[in-house]
Write a protein that binds this ligand. Sequence first.
Ligand code: NAG
Ligand code: NAG
Ligand code: NAG
Ligand code: NAG
Ligand code: NAG
Ligand code: NAG
Ligand code: NAG
Ligand code: NAG
Ligand code: NAG
Ligand code: NAG
Ligand code: NAG
Ligand code: NAG
Length: 487
Amino acid sequence: MHYAILPLLASLATSSVAAETVLGAYIFSRHGDRTAKSTPPANLTDLGYQEVYTSGTYYRNRYISSDATRKIWGMNTDLVKLSQLTASAPIDNVLQNSAGGFLQGLYPPVGATLGTDTLRNGTSVTSPLNGFQLIPLQVVTSGTNSEDSAWLQGSTGCANAAISSNDYFTSSSYLTTYNNTLDFYKGVSPMVNRTFTSSQTTFQNAYTIFDLLNVASIHNSSSNFQSADLLTNETFYQLRTLADQHEWNLAYNESEPIRAVTGSIIASQVTSALNTTISGGFKNKLNIQFGAYAGMMSYFGLANLTAASSDFYGVPDYASSLVWELVTNATFNSSSLPSTNDISVRFYFHNGTTSNTSVPTEFPLFGTGVSPLPWTQFVSGMEAFAINSQAAWCKACGNSTGTCSSEALGLSSGSSSNSSSGSGSSSSGSGGMSKAVAGVIGAMVTLAVILGLELLVMLVGGLRVVSKKRLGGTGAATGNAATGTKA
Ligand SMILES: *[C@@H]1O[C@H](CO)[C@@H](O)[C@H](O)[C@H]1NC(C)=O
Ligand SMILES: *[C@@H]1O[C@H](CO)[C@@H](O)[C@H](O)[C@H]1NC(C)=O
Ligand SMILES: *[C@@H]1O[C@H](CO)[C@@H](O)[C@H](O)[C@H]1NC(C)=O
Ligand SMILES: *[C@@H]1O[C@H](CO)[C@@H](O)[C@H](O)[C@H]1NC(C)=O
Ligand SMILES: *[C@@H]1O[C@H](CO)[C@@H](O)[C@H](O)[C@H]1NC(C)=O
Ligand SMILES: *[C@@H]1O[C@H](CO)[C@@H](O)[C@H](O)[C@H]1NC(C)=O
Ligand SMILES: *[C@@H]1O[C@H](CO)[C@@H](O)[C@H](O)[C@H]1NC(C)=O
Ligand SMILES: *[C@@H]1O[C@H](CO)[C@@H](O)[C@H](O)[C@H]1NC(C)=O
Ligand SMILES: *[C@@H]1O[C@H](CO)[C@@H](O)[C@H](O)[C@H]1NC(C)=O
Ligand SMILES: *[C@@H]1O[C@H](CO)[C@@H](O)[C@H](O)[C@H]1NC(C)=O
Ligand SMILES: *[C@@H]1O[C@H](CO)[C@@H](O)[C@H](O)[C@H]1NC(C)=O
Ligand SMILES: *[C@@H]1O[C@H](CO)[C@@H](O)[C@H](O)[C@H]1NC(C)=O
């Protein structure tokens, strides 16, 4: 990956390492290699397990081990101390198992010596699996079953976000690309016609078609990969680029921030967790959340990371991670802790599995061109788009039933529609999103029918291969977000 990182920034980051103390961190990671969304239920593969384990091991060597490169102040080295660590994932087989695999890399089995207790009666007991350490996983309510859902907003339950994302399917940008790629997808059809009918093999399903072929290119033997010779590098690159464009536009739109609701929730969770680290005297030090790429893309858009690199228009690879670090140059000790004025935040991203030979890169947030950002500046940057409470979520999403009814929000009846954000019950930023939405799928099916009819009278335009950079550039220049993604 070639990131357009400022040389100045890179050199600052390197030279500052020795002086700084890391006080805490929040890691948001994508799952490892999985089976295809179009063959549900999706599951984590052995390769995916290995990827998240490798990433976990990298972060152990960065933050935890005794010779860690950016050791978190006071973090236990071998035996996990649960109060220092919070790990979470939505209810989803791929994401939960990915979190489990990552945590094994972070705190591996401690062996017989550390993993042995002596009982009152003198008997020694060694824990199973060579001192394997058990780490509980909290459940976040947004993103339930997201890896089985082909539709980005399906796992958010946010009415206005679904409407906004759906609007993309009637935009001229979508329809133009749809028209121009009909021939291309017709050419791809022999590879995927056991899963997608010819009317489904269009830009409308750009991500799921890419996903099916990406999985097949990694796992399927030639006997189970029809017409595999059609998947040239160029075709694969084009499938990926079209999927990026599709997903980006569903995940983020500058003029409709609600489309990026998952990114707003991530912003709230990260800010709130890091604030807890500070206000709690740096006892809870490390947070790890697993989630889908769509939320990452929504966050990239909201945090204006595309200003730092056009790579952010693309779907992050398996096991990619975002990291926010709390850092300080202050000298301090446990009886005089650093104040918020002395604390800054560094943001890093790594595309794909992180390892000692492929490490995260630092990027400036919010289009500032500056990193690290002082804590207060970081907070105001995040607060500009974070959704911090159930009431705020309901208001932004336009939902007013179920968990969003006045009763559920603890508001007096009739006042729910203009309750200010932040009032009502707080759900520690998770937003209380519920199960997948079926109504949206209905809307998409209708649209597919309309487009199918259009097909009959359509003049098919020639296919143009457009690079991601150009797509990004064009988007910025015309005010149209040009690349895209879904979960
Ligand atoms: C700590 O000091 C180094 C060296 O001056 C600097 O590069 C770095 O940005 C500082 N870190 C913070 C958090 O201010
Ligand atoms: C994982 O998914 C694949 C493809 O959908 C399926 O064939 C396989 O049985 C699943 N494995 C497990 C352990 O569920
Ligand atoms: C010691 O206590 C454990 C747990 O109660 C028991 O399983 C074990 O048999 C005891 N050992 C002896 C020697 O009493
Ligand atoms: C929000 O509204 C949509 C559309 O009415 C609905 O499908 C979804 O379940 C609601 N979400 C919640 C959390 O109530
Ligand atoms: C936002 O979305 C609408 C509808 O999908 C689209 O018409 C508009 O061009 C988009 N704006 C940007 C900046 O992408
Ligand atoms: C799918 O494409 C292959 C290769 O062109 C063809 O042999 C097969 O009949 C097609 N299957 C369907 C269901 O259209
Ligand atoms: C890859 O193999 C799976 C079954 O293991 C099958 O469902 C899928 O259709 C195959 N993919 C392609 C593109 O042939
Ligand atoms: C296709 O890409 C792979 C991996 O990047 C590379 O090893 C291979 O040489 C490429 N093949 C052609 C024909 O360009
Ligand atoms: C951080 O926590 C403190 C103490 O709980 C609270 O007063 C403050 O509002 C919080 N700030 C943010 C940005 O959440
Ligand atoms: C991640 O890498 C893929 C290629 O492997 C690229 O298409 C995509 O743009 C990259 N995404 C980000 C966010 O860097
Ligand atoms: C993103 O940052 C760039 C560079 O600072 C700025 O020109 C642009 O207006 C910002 N975009 C948004 C949406 O804030
Ligand atoms: C797509 O093609 C149809 C049929 O040729 C045409 O009517 C429609 O205007 C085209 N749409 C766009 C956005 O180019």
